[in-house]
Write a protein that binds this ligand. Sequence first.
Ligand code: G3I
Length: 451
Amino acid sequence: MHIILIRLLVIGAIGSPILFGACESDGADEPAVLMAPNLSAPTEVTASSFFVDWPFIEGADGYQIDVARDEAFTDFVEPYQGIRHNFSEFTVSDLEPATTYYVRVRSISRDLVSDNSNVVSVTTINASGSEPGSPLKDAAEFSVGMAVQVNKLNGQHQEILLREYDQITSEYEMKMNIMYPSEGNLDFTQSDATVNWAVENGLDVHGHALIWHNATPTWVEEFSGTDQEFETMIEDYIKTTVTRYKGKVKSWDVVNEAFEDVGGVLRNSVFREKMGDDYIEKCYRWTREADPDVLIFYNDYNMVTHPVKRTAALNMVKDFLDRGVPIDGFGYQMHISHDNPSKEAIESAAKEVTDLGLLLHFSELDVRANPANDLEVLTIQRANYQQNKVREVVEVYNAIPEESKFGITIWGMKDDETWLLEFWGHPDWPLLYNADFSFKRAHTGFLEGLE
Ligand code: G3I
């Protein structure tokens, strides 16, 4: 039987070529099409193993798996050289820690063998569980922080926090609605637990956030006293809280997100209504009066992508600097996407802060891999895009003047814990670790940005 192998190149969903061999024979058989597998990004990465899978191939009765130490597949890892496996998933084991491996697979059916799949690479973790080149806190010349919740300051969360990070931000338990739940009732239970954990473990604390319209207790929103009584209550809350954590909380987001998304104007929060447009200035002065050493920041989102909003916020900060209103830094939250904003836009916006001689904090970094909700799983291609964007963000930050470096804070640990899932209501994988605590390509991107 005369077989002519016709190869058609089909660019797969993840952009890697899928070759499938269409064989035409002079026999009566229908042309056999045996597609090459399309590998997903390896997961369950340990110091000695990883898991790889691919969609089942119609007509295949098995697969041949190659694992090598080089992308050219000249240095195979025994016994993974064409090893046969019946199912479309596979755990590669008995590997060395902190080593990069390359994987490719072929479909087989009787005497037919497809072309090679796309090649995926994976780096096994250190015996300690960390990525080669990490921990991040040692690789960086600035603080590397993470948003935390008190009920997760233990187990594997704690293990990674202590290994990789030197600063924490409370994701929500140091906000007014938690610390001041009812009139006359300050409740520092959660904030104390957070700060005490950090002090005991030698991490810095970035306080977030004394005043935020989205975390204002109902009783404050519906305050029934006079405006002066309101202002006195706010002054008392700020000074009591900042004094309590003097010497323990290194920095505070005093006011968070004071500007509208569009128009470059202040939000009409209850603080502005009852204390006047200069409520922000008053809060910064009170914070400084309570603690002459704490670093005080203004913090907001969309600071790169919304120039009108950024300019309004920066004009406020410039006015503070001109009039001697205490402020030390500006937090760009950096809730961004794999494809936006550009590195140039981030660089340019960052310079507008560092040109003022202020500290710059990338304060809430997460990088949406699925902003258009076009994915149901994190593909290799999108994981790569996300890795590139994380690298760009870190490269930009690493290049700012030393005197402006404060830190980068990642807004959560594992993809399955991100606030974005509830906020957008569709799948996404915006952080540096998979749900199983294994680090992602995005984590590698952070390290690459520090090189
Ligand atoms: O953990 C409790 C749970 O025990 C309880 O059953 C549940 C229902 O009440 O609440 C859970 O706490 C929630 C917490 O997120 C953890 O999921 C709080 O109610 C909820 O208010 C809190 O939302 C936080 C939000 O700020 C409001 O504080 C998000 O985690 C946090 O990611 C988000 O972060 C903000 C920044 O502070 C400012 N920039 C924007 C960013 C995203 O909105």
